[in-house]
Design a protein around this ligand. Structure first.
Ligand code: MOS
Length: 764
């Protein structure tokens, strides 16, 4: 939808201003805040325990909810006995499909501008079961303990219907063309199969990756209330306040101004903190109980209700000349999705712009498995797509006898091989060179089993990480200026990644104010803007909105300044901001402070709201962040245990707005990548379509002892075509990391594992 809107806009206005295409006059004067390692502004509140998360909002007369799940993948409720639960003292009510208020299905993500539903399945409206884990009852009680106890007393039986829950059975039923953001996941350049068959060197391999579940440390939780003024107020933990307000409004037949969603703190999201059935269930329960309700999912309920990454079965085949130039690049395969989910795992996305191959065949097919709807999970597509692609490149390097870095650099494309567009900025070669030197790549033996320390084989590997630059249209911002400072209002999100801090730095630079003089307000659906935290694009989108609002504000200030000001009559483009005021760009002495302008105009404040131009830059350039990932691993010769002993990520993501928060983002992504490589795996019961390891005890994630010191470096070369010169940094850390670890394991012991996670049983 967004792409269709963009295409139309470009056709209508090909010459319109494109962010970054010309220097922005209002930022000629740099005030030195961007690029500083400012500590997170939300840090002290969190350390002191004063940050109030959504499950900590206390409302008068509040009740607590717990959910009962179906444990069959498809069928009907045969019996649902709630009497024992209702008899527990302190139980307020039990809500099932028999007494739930009327709820419309959620408009599905991409079906409308602010639609954010994971699927359009009914929510407690009938006796049909669509996935194992579907809510069938919600208990509301005076305390959480009573709600949990009563939920355990609800006896449900199901009349099962035949369901496709195994990958092989789903494949036998037939495959469909995968698509992502309304674009088919298929690209073809020349005849890749024929070219492959004739290639001097070739590899052809199959890589498989499992399901992954979302495990943000903060559980999904909301506290909600139907206020006397008819407003449904939801305190939630979400990556999309504006979209949630609109979509929940549709569920209850309310206009979006009758739903207010606030989300000041989010304890991790990664794509999982979107809309699921639990928000609608809690709001419905509050309506039925006529009381505020808090619903915090148990960890198990998160596994049952919140979708994750779908499994993939990928083929990568590479053909190359004797010199290692790629002639054929084939990346195809299958992913599973639920019948109701619009979201396949788009694993070919990173391959589209990765290498200059003469011929290409990229294709994602999907099969349907009756299960919980899958969704976005940090770098959907790229996280597992780069595992397959970058392992294959390593395999080709060995076959061709070429150093893996050299092989990659020989195949650097000059322009995007699929779209034909020039790159907005691509310095992967620089990222590799600086990383190779720092990591000591010259100490690596190209031959496996060359280095051993006691029981441990030691190996090194590298891989390319990549994630696209995106910017979402529609993100207005409002700036309100007083003599004391400025307030920025935008319905954005802070999930702990430093968004509010970086945005404050950007605003400080533009306004010529100190960061302390700026209040950045976000996480509230009543604020302007519709930007969601996702796709590693929030910071660029916020930045573009601040730029737009600031330009409008400067125009207002010039009007207020009038004829007696040193800046009288100036056009906004002829002005700079410094020292809490405006000056002429070509004459810094011609200056007037904001306080003086406001005082003379007899105004306490001035405010401006504006939206940035459509993200046309995405139509003109191929825009991607890149990284060179380096791993050193030790593999125990006796037990097969793997230890990552060193890791270095070298990033080319444009200008780094805040090195402190950026380093943390990069490291966090890499840690998630280590989990992807070695541990994470949803154990999915293919007979019953049920997640078997629905707890952090059995779903393995890296803990402190699994994580070495991770060094992160970056090129810091501004992208001339993005707002602020920055590209995304939130998701790229998880990309390339899995392949770097797998390639290092191969280098250590000469064993190639193409099936994630690389657990010790696969190495013995
Ligand atoms: Mo991310 S998977 O776009 O939150």
């Amino acid at each position: 939808l967004a792409m269709a809107a963009l295409t139309k806009a470009v056709a209508l206005a090909p010459d319109k201003w494109i962010p970054g295409s010309t220097p922005d006059p209002l930022i000629r004067k740099q005030n030195g805040h961007v690029g500083k390692p400012l500590s997170r502004l939300d840090g002290p509140l969190k350390v002191a325990g004063q940050a109030r998360f959504s499950a900590e909002v206390a409302l008068p007369n509040m009740a607590y909810a717990a959910i009962v799940h179906a444990d069959t993948p498809k069928g009907r409720i045969a019996s649902l006995d709630t009497a024992a639960a209702e008899a527990v003292p302190g139980v307020v009510l039990v809500m099932t499909h028999r007494n739930a208020p009327r709820m419309n299905p959620m408009p599905v993500f991409m079906s409308a501008a602010k639609a954010a539903g994971p699927d359009a399945l009914p929510i407690l409206q009938d006796d049909r079961i669509h996935w194992s884990g579907q809510p069938v009852a919600v208990v509301v009680a005076e305390t959480q303990e009573i709600a949990d106890e009563a939920a355990g007393l609800i006896a449900a039986t199901f009349k099962e219907e035949p369901a496709v829950t195994a990958f092989a059975a789903a494949r036998a039923k037939g495959t469909q063309q995968g698509s992502f953001m309304a674009q088919p996941l298929r690209n073809e350049i020349g005849d890749a199969e024929k070219t492959l068959a004739a290639a001097h060197f070739r590899i052809d391999a199959r890589y498989t990756t499992p399901r992954h579940n979302h495990n943000a440390i903060e559980l999904h939780a909301l506290t909600c209330e139907w206020q006397d003024d008819g407003v449904l107020r939801i305190h939630d933990t979400t990556q999309m306040v504006a979209q949630e307000a609109w979509t929940i409004g549709r569920v209850f037949g309310l206009s979006e101004d009758k739903v207010v969603v606030t989300s000041p703190f989010v304890g991790g999201g990664f794509g999982g903190k979107g809309l699921w059935q639990h928000q609608a269930c809690a709001a419905a329960a509050a309506k039925l109980a006529k009381r505020p309700v808090r619903l915090m999912l148990s960890r198990e309920s998160v596994y049952r209700i919140v979708g994750g990454r779908a499994p993939t079965d990928q083929r990568v085949a590479l053909g190359a000349t004797a010199e290692g130039k790629l002639t054929a690049l084939i990346h195809t395969g299958l992913t599973a999705k639920s019948p109701a989910s619009p979201m396949p795992e788009p694993f070919i996305l990173p391959t589209r712009s990765a290498y200059a191959a003469e011929t290409m065949l990229l294709d994602v097919k999907t099969v349907e498995i009756e299960s919980l709807s899958n969704t976005f999970m940090r770098a959907p597509g790229e996280a597992v797509g780069t595992f397959a692609l970058e392992c294959a490149i390593d395999e080709l390097a060995e076959v061709a006898g070429i150093d893996p870095i050299e092989l990659r650099l020989r195949n650097e494309p000059e322009k995007d091989p699929v779209s034909g567009l020039p790159f907005s900025g691509r310095h992967l070669d620089a990222a590799y060179r600086m990383a190779a030197e720092k990591f000591g790549w010259d100490r690596r033996s190209p031959t496996p089993r060359a280095q051993r320390e006691g029981e441990w084989w030691v190996g090194m590997g590298c891989a390319t990480g990549t994630y696209p630059y995106y910017r979402m249209p529609g993100g207005a911002a409002r700036i309100t200026l007083t003599a004391e400072g400025a307030k920025i209002d935008i319905a954005a999100h802070e999930m702990g990644m430093g968004t509010a801090t970086a945005a404050t730095q950007v605003a400080a630079d533009r306004l010529g104010l100190s960061p302390e003089a700026i209040a950045f307000n976000y996480g509230d659906s009543t604020l302007p803007g519709t930007v969601m935290a996702g796709g590693s694009q929030q910071t660029a989108s916020i930045g573009a909105s601040i730029v737009a609002a600031h330009r409008a504000l400067v125009a207002e200030l010039v009007k207020l300044a009038g004829n007696d000001s040193p800046i009288a009559g100036a056009k906004p483009d002829e002005l700079s901001c410094r020292d809490a005021g405006l000056c002429r760009a070509d004459d810094e002495a011609a200056y007037e402070s904001y306080a003086s302008i406001l005082a003379r105009a007899n105004r306490p404040s001035v405010s401006a709201e504006a939206s940035p131009p459509l993200p046309l830059e995405m139509m003109h350039w191929s825009m991607h962040s890149h990284a060179a990932m380096f791993a050193e691993v030790r593999v125990n010769a006796v037990t097969g245990e793997v230890r990552v002993s060193r890791f270095l990520g070298s990033f080319d993501c444009g200008r780094i707005l805040n090195p402190k928060t950026a380093a943390s983002q990069f490291r966090g992504g890499i840690i998630m990548g280590l989990g992807l490589a070695l541990m994470e795996e949803t154990q999915f019961d293919e007979r019953k379509g049920r997640v078997m390891n629905a707890s952090l005890a059995e779903y393995h994630l890296p803990v402190h002892l699994d994580v070495p010191d991770i060094e992160v470096i970056w090129t810091d070369i501004p992208d001339p075509h993005t707002p602020m010169g920055a590209r995304g940094i939130g998701e790229i850390g998880i990309t390339g990391t899995g392949a770097a670890v797998a390639n290092a394991i191969y280098n250590a012991i000469g064993k190639r594992v193409r099936d994630l996670p690389i657990t010790l049983d696969k190495l013995l």
